[in-house]
Design a protein around this ligand. Structure first.
Ligand code: 5RP
Length: 224
C-alpha cells in the first residue's frame, strides 16, 4: 500500500470514534484532511474546533461548522497526526509549528487520538526530528542557551518575510531543538516547559490517549 492509502485507511477507521451531534477537535496534516472528507461523506453531524488554518479552511469548504476555539472548553474526542509516537504514548510533533494550539485542543478532549502509519510508531521516541519550542521573542537567546545546557542544539526557524523568523499565528518565533538521544522524555518536557518565555513545546507526554495505526496488514489500535 502507498503512504496515502495507509493514511486514508487510518482516517476511515477514525470515523468509528465520532458520535453524531458532538463537538470534535481536528488537528493538522494530511491524515486529518482525509478524515474531513470521510466525515462529510458519512453525513455525521459534528461541530469542529481546530488549531490549524488549513484544516479550518477545509472544514468550511466541506460544509462543517467550525467553532471559535476560545469559546469551547470540552471535546468528546480530538484527532491529530504526529511525526513520531512511542509505546508509552509520548508523541513528537514538529513540522507545522502550531503545537501550542494543538496541545490546547488535545487537553480539551476526553480522548486525543493520534492517526499514524506504522512507520511513525517506535518503542522510544528517536528524536530524529527536533522538539519545537514556541517562545517569546525576548526569550530567544536565553532559551537557546538553556537548550544547549540541556544537551540540545537550537536552530531558529527562519523566513524571508517576517523579521527574519517564521512566526506562529500568535506572532512568536519557533526554535527547533535537536537532541541526539533523550532517556527521560517526561523530564525533558518539564525542563523545557519551565524555561521562562517558552510558550509550549511540541513534545506531547500527557495528552495522547489512543493511537490508530495503519499498516499493510490492517488497522490496529493502542489505548492507554
Ligand atoms: C505537525 C504534525 C502533523 O500533525 C503531522 O506531521 C501530520 O502528519 P500527516 O500529514 O502524515 O498526517 O505533527 O507538527
Amino acid at each position: 500500500m502507498k503512504d496515502d492509502e495507509l493514511k486514508q485507511a487510518c482516517a476511515k477507521a477514525a470515523l468509528t470514534f465520532i458520535e453524531d451531534g458532538t463537538v470534535i477537535g481536528l488537528g493538522g496534516g494530511s491524515t486529518v484532511s482525509y478524515l474531513i472528507g470521510y466525515i462529510k461523506e458519512s453525513g455525521i453531524n459534528v461541530k469542529v474546533v481546530t488549531p490549524s488554518f488549513k484544516t479550518r479552511m477545509l472544514c468550511l469548504k466541506s460544509g462543517l461548522n467550525v467553532l471559535h476555539t476560545g469559546s469551547v472548553s470540552k471535546l468528546a474526542v480530538a484527532f491529530d497526526g504526529c511525526d513520531e509516537v512511542d509505546e508509552d504514548f509520548n508523541a513528537l510533533k514538529s513540522g507545522g509549528g502550531i503545537h501550542t494550539r494543538e496541545k490546547l485542543v488535545a487537553r480539551m478532549a476526553d480522548r486525543y487520538i493520534l492517526l499514524a502509519d506504522a512507520g511513525k510508531v517506535v518503542n522510544h521516541l528517536t528524536f530524529q526530528k527536533p522538539v519545537v519550542l514556541e517562545v517569546l521573542e525576548d526569550a530567544l537567546a536565553y532559551t537557546e542557551a538553556e537548550a544547549v545546557r540541556l544537551g540540545g542544539r537550537a536552530v531558529l526557524r527562519r523566513s524571508e518575510a517576517k523579521d527574519g523568523y517564521t512566526a506562529t499565528e500568535d506572532g512568536n518565533p519557533l526554535l527547533d531543538i535537536f537532541f541526539s538521544h533523550v532517556d527521560n522524555i517526561s523530564e525533558l518536557q518539564l525542563q523545557l516547559k519551565s524555561i521562562p518565555g517558552v510558550v509550549e513545546t511540541s513534545l506531547f507526554t500527557e495528552e495522547v490517549t489512543d493511537v490508530l495505526i495503519a499498516a499493510e496488514d490492517g488497522i490496529s489500535w493502542l489505548s492507554k
